[in-house]
Design a protein around this ligand. Structure first.
Ligand code: NAD
Ligand code: DAU
Length: 339
C-alpha cells in the first residue's frame, strides 16, 4: 500500500522520532509532515538523519492549534495521520494535570475534526496499555479488558481513545487505536525508568526505586512497536483496537540491577524512595490479535535489545548531557542534584 501524505504528530519525541527514522529509511513512497510543539521532550537532534530528505517536512506547532492544523491538512493534502503527540510522563501528570488534558484530549479532538473535514484514509491513535489500569499477579490485558485508567496521564489517553472510537462510530472516520506496553531504546528522554537508571549509574548518582521495586512492566523495544504501528497503518481494521507487547514482564528492581551489573556499578547506588501515588502494580499485554490478524511479532529479545540500548546511551553521551544540562536541568537537579 502506498502511504502518501502522512501527518505524524509528536515526531520529535522518543517513539515518534524512531518511527520517522524507521519509515523514511525503509520506504520512499511516504511524504512525512512532522508536527511537534518541541516541549521539553521534543528534540530535533533525534531527526538529524532525515532532516535533509525531500520527503520530510518539520513544522513546529501545537496540535491544539485549530488554524495551524487545518492549514497543514490543506497545504499537504494529508491523507494519513499518526498521532504520537502527547504529554507522556505519569509523574509529571501527578504534579500537574492540566497540560495533559489540553494536549492529549483537546489536541486529539482538533486532529480528529480536521481528519473528518479532509476525509483522511486512516487515523492511527497511539494509545497505551495504561488505559486498562492495573493487573494483579495473574492475567493479561486484552482488547476487551474494560478501561480503568488510574493516573491523570492514563485517564487523558483513555478519554482520547473513547473520543476517537466515537468519531468512527458516528462519522465513519477510519480510526484505529494501538495500545502498547512500555518502550525502551534510543532517544528516550531520561525521565523514564530505563534511560534515567542508565544515566544516573554513569554519573554515579543514586537510582531512585519507587516503593518496594516489585511493580511489573512489560517491555518492548521501540522498533518492534513501530513496525506494529506501520502494519496497523497499512492493514489495521478501522474501528478496532490492537494491543502491542513483547511478553517481557520485568520487576522494576530486576531492570535496575541488570543495568547496574551491565555497567559494573555497585548495588549500593540503589535508593528505595517514596512510592508514586496511585502506582499501578502490574501491566502485561496479550498481543494475540495483532499477531493473528496482521502477522506482527516482536523481533528483538530483551537481553539483546537492552544491551543495544545501554550501548546507545554510552555512545551518545552528548545527546543526554545536553538534555540534563538544558531543558531538563531544573527538574533533574531537583530530583538527583544532591548526590
Ligand atoms: P515523548 O514525551 O518522548 O514525546 C512526545 C512528543 O510530543 C514530544 O516531541 C513533544 O514535543 C510532542 N508534543 C507534546 N505536546 C504537543 C502538542 N501539544 N503539540 C504537538 N506536539 C506535542 O513521548 P513518547 O514516549 O515518544 O510517547 C509517544 C506516544 O506513545 C504518546 O502518545 C504516548 O502516550 C504513547 N506511548 C508511549 C509509551 C512509552 O513507553 N513511552 C508506551 C505506549 C504508548
Ligand atoms: O505502559 C506504557 C506507558 O509506559 C506509557 O504510556 C507512558 O507514556 C510511559 O511513560 C510508561 O509509563 P510508566 O509509568 O510505566 O513508565 P516510567 O518509566 O515512568 O516508570 C516505569 C516503572 O518504573 C514504574 O513502575 C515506575 C518506576 N520508576 C520510574 C521512575 C522514573 C521508578 O521506580 N523510579 C523512577 O525514577
Amino acid at each position: 500500500m502506498e502511504i502518501k501524505n502522512i501527518l505524524i504528530t509528536g515526531g520529535a519525541g522518543f517513539i515518534g522520532s524512531n518511527f520517522i527514522n524507521y519509515i523514511l529509511s525503509n520506504r520512499n513512497d511516504a511524504f512525512v509532515v512532522n508536527l511537534d510543539k518541541l516541549t521539553y521532550a521534543g528534540n530535533l537532534e533525534n531527526l538529524k538523519s532525515v532532516e535533509q530528505k525531500k520527503n520530510y517536512q518539520f513544522v513546529k506547532g501545537d496540535i491544539t492549534n485549530y488554524e495551524l492544523v487545518d492549514y497543514l491538512f490543506k497545504k499537504y493534502s494529508i491523507n494519513y495521520v499518526i498521532n504520537f503527540a502527547a504529554e507522556s510522563h505519569v509523574d509529571r501528570s501527578i504534579l500537574g494535570s492540566e497540560i495533559f488534558y489540553r494536549t492529549n484530549v483537546i489536541g486529539t479532538n482538533v486532529l480528529l475534526e480536521a481528519a473528518k473535514r479532509y476525509c483522511v484514509k486512516k487515523f492511527v491513535q497511539i494509545s497505551t496499555d495504561e488505559v486498562y489500569g492495573s493487573l494483579g499477579p495473574e492475567g493479561l490485558f486484552t482488547e476487551h479488558t474494560p478501561l480503568s485508567p488510574n493516573s491523570p496521564y492514563s485517564s487523558s489517553k483513555a478519554s482520547a481513545d473513547l473520543m476517537a472510537l466515537s468519531f468512527h462510530h458516528t462519522y465513519g472516520l477510519p480510526v484505529v487505536i494501538t495500545r502498547c506496553s512500555n518502550n525502551y531504546g534510543p532517544f528516550q528522554f531520561p525521565e523514564k525508568l530505563i534511560p534515567l537508571m542508565i544515566i544516573n549509574s554513569l554519573n554515579n548518582k543514586t537510582l531512585p526505586v519507587y516503593g518496594d521495586g516489585l511493580n511489573v512492566r512489560d517491555w518492548i523495544y521501540v522498533t518492534d512497536h513501530n513496525k506494529a504501528v506501520e502494519l496497523v497503518l497499512e492493514k489495521g481494521r478501522v474501528g478496532e483496537v490492537y494491543n502491542i507487547g513483547a511478553s517481557r514482564e520485568m520487576k522494576n528492581i530486576e531492570i535496575v540491577k541488570l543495568i547496574l551489573s551491565k555497567l559494573n556499578k555497585p548495588i549500593e547506588l540503589i535508593e528505595y524512595v517514596k512510592d508514586r501515588p496511585g502506582h499501578d502494580r502490574r501491566y502485561a499485554i496479550d498481543s494475540t490479535k495483532i499477531q493473528n490478524e496482521l502477522g506482527w511479532k516482536p523481533g528483538f529479545e530483551f537481553e539483546e535489545a537492552i544491551g543495544k540500548t545501554i550501548d546507545w546511551y554510552l555512545s551518545n553521551k552528548n545527546w543526554w548531557e545536553r538534555i540534563i544540562n538544558g531543558s531538563y536541568k531544573d527538574y533533574y537537579n531537583l530530583q538527583y542534584g544532591k548526590n
